[in-house]
Ligand binder design. Structure first.
Ligand code: SF4
Ligand code: MG
Length: 321
């Protein structure tokens, strides 16, 4: 991998007034051209990590460890102004709810023009042509008409395509997609995932794709980071981890993936129990109350992370290299 675009080194994040950290001791790197899938159920800390990567944690949050973008620590070394510049230029996002991502009182075409910073010294006609081409790439019909419309005139699925177009026009060094299909129906979701898969070819920076869906990771990502209750329980290449998951939580997520079930029955399997609350965390392994493989020792002591290869690791007492 080339020098990482983003490197997390033992990052813990605690919200102001919270009884415990929402993210604990998480480390991983993302390189240029790579797509990292961050997976986990709700409450796993995925969105907290996404907010941290954008420098958008609520004020008063405590961050320890290093979170470096191109070698500069987002929390130690940058002013709020520098962070804003970074978000406007080098880091782009595709949000869960495209309505919140777009300005309600500005026409789509004007908004998209603002996103293409690197092209602002080009003639207007060239910029417009680039936007039209991008709207076609995200398979929007009548791009010329869309450019003249306001967000409220468009459906959620179309707006999400506009958001993807905006992110691609920005040519970000880091793109963060936080469950971009959550608010959409199944057909629209399939279309958006298809567009994201194609967009992968266009993106030259690094991408973080946050999801709870293993089949999305399989389709769109090169590497995976599995989070559970704010801890990184397994990481590796998608090829390795999906073929040979080592952590019981990763195995359970795969067993519950509808796309992987050979003979679907009317009831989908689920992982029994729930993610522990911040103020009710188990003393030993965080997954112990729900783990089908737990042994007595798991209750007493939290497992360390074991390296399984150059870039694969899992935190479980039963995992041996
Ligand atoms: Fe399960 Fe024990 Fe491994 Fe935790 S350490 S995941 S409880 S087997
Ligand atoms: Mg979330």
């Amino acid at each position: 991998m080339s020098a990482p675009v983003l490197a997390l080194d033992d990052v813990s994040i605690r919200y102001p007034g919270a009884p415990a950290a929402a993210v604990r001791n998480v480390s991983f790197e993302i390189g240029t051209g790579e797509t990292l899938g961050i997976v986990g159920e709700s409450g796993s800390g995925k969105s907290t990590l996404a907010a941290a990567m954008m420098g958008l944690l609520p004020s008063g949050s405590t961050v320890t460890g290093g979170l470096r973008f191109e070698g500069r620590d987002l929390f130690g070394q940058m002013t709020e102004r520098e962070l804003r510049q970074l978000r406007g230029r080098d880091i782009a996002t595709i949000a869960q709810d495209p309505f919140t991502a777009l300005n309600p009182v500005m026409k789509i075409g004007r908004q998209l023009d603002i996103f293409q910073h690197w092209y602002h010294d080009r003639p207007r006609a060239e910029r417009k042509a680039r936007i039209l081409k991008m709207l076609e790439q995200v398979r929007l019909s009548d791009p010329g008409v869309r450019m003249q419309q306001y967000p409220h005139q468009l459906s959620g699925g179309i707006l999400q395509r506009v958001s993807i177009a905006a992110a691609l026009l920005a040519e970000p060094k880091l793109l963060i997609a936080d469950e971009p299909t959550t608010a959409l129906d199944a057909t629209t979701e399939a279309q958006i995932l298809g567009i994201m898969a194609e967009a992968k070819e266009t993106l030259r920076g690094a991408t973080v794709f946050i999801t709870h869906d293993m089949s999305v990771v399989e389709r769109l990502c090169d590497r995976i980071a599995v989070l559970y209750a704010g801890e990184l329980v397994e990481t590796g290449t998608v090829a390795e981890v999906l073929k040979d998951p080592r952590h019981p939580y990763t195995k359970a997520l795969l067993e519950c993936d509808p796309a992987r079930i050979e003979e679907p029955t009317s009831e989908l399997p689920t992982i029994g129990g729930t993610v522990p609350a911040l103020d009710d965390r188990p003393a030993g392994c965080i997954f112990e109350p729900r783990c089908p493989s737990a042994v007595a020792h798991c209750r007493a002591e939290a497992p360390k992370r074991h390296d399984l290869g150059p870039r694969q690791s899992a935190a479980c007492h039963l995992v041996t290299p």
